[in-house]
Design a binder for this molecule. Sequence first.
Ligand SMILES: Nc1ncnc2c1ncn2[C@@H]1O[C@H](COP(=O)(O)OP(=O)(O)OP(=O)(O)O)[C@@H](O)[C@H]1O
Ligand SMILES: [Mg+2]
Length: 258
Amino acid sequence: MTLSLETPSLEVSGLAFAYPDGHQALFGVDLTVRRGERVALLGPNGAGKTTLVLHLNGILGGGDGSGVGSVRVAGLPVTKPNLAEVRRRVGIVFQDPDDQLFMPTVREDVAFGPAAAGLRGAALEERVHAALERVGMADFADRPPHHLSFGQRRRVAVATVLAMEPEILVLDEPSSNLDPASRRELADILRSLDVTVLMVTHDLPYALELCERSVILSGGVIAADGPTGELLCDEDTMRAHRLELPFGFDPRSVVMGR
Ligand SMILES: Nc1ncnc2c1ncn2[C@@H]1O[C@H](COP(=O)(O)OP(=O)(O)OP(=O)(O)O)[C@@H](O)[C@H]1O
Ligand SMILES: [Mg+2]
């Protein structure tokens, strides 16, 4: 398939989903993310954000055609026969790095995905080193992940995903549990990447700093979609979806950098 620059990184269309216990979490989600965009996915607890994220690489929905609606990654439908390629294209950084790191050393964790995709020898080593450099963790390659701090493990989790050179990087709560310096350093890393980003966050200043565009998922539907600065200043929308700015934070005072 030829990919034009106009093919969006992500196209979610009419996506509805109920968990096996009958609880319906998504009621028809439409979301398009263009190549190179950084989009924040906002919304209250229980809105369906993680449920949506888990559909992007077929962990939920399974791509067996039983669900309602569709997801495409760089034009490729998320269906069972495409799952291996979809999982190469969609890099998900889970909220808890311990869900992502399971090898004896940092190096092996970062090498795991590219090796499974067939990379070997010097090319694999180079890929691993470049990903760890990107997140400032190259000196930790031989350490066991479980000896690292939470913030260090979060960076390694980002490296495991970057090593796959994904089409779209999806992060579920990337700034949670990071100290202020680590939070800022991760923002610098994300800004330096030339990749499409979808970032789930309750950290509204982080969304404003990093993402020109935000969407609000609320009650399993997209309730708002627009420039982050405008959304955060829209008091009615914010209140309607239980979004609150930190005390004293004025979104008008922030100048967004690219
Ligand atoms: N395994 C499950 N079985 C049944 N219902 C579930 C399951 N996981 C989540 N849900 C329900 O689906 C809804 C959406 O959950 P989800 O985890 O996607 O919300 P979220 O927007 O990520 O929330 P948070 O901000 O708290 O992370 C919630 O009502 C939740 O209770
Ligand atoms: Mg969640």
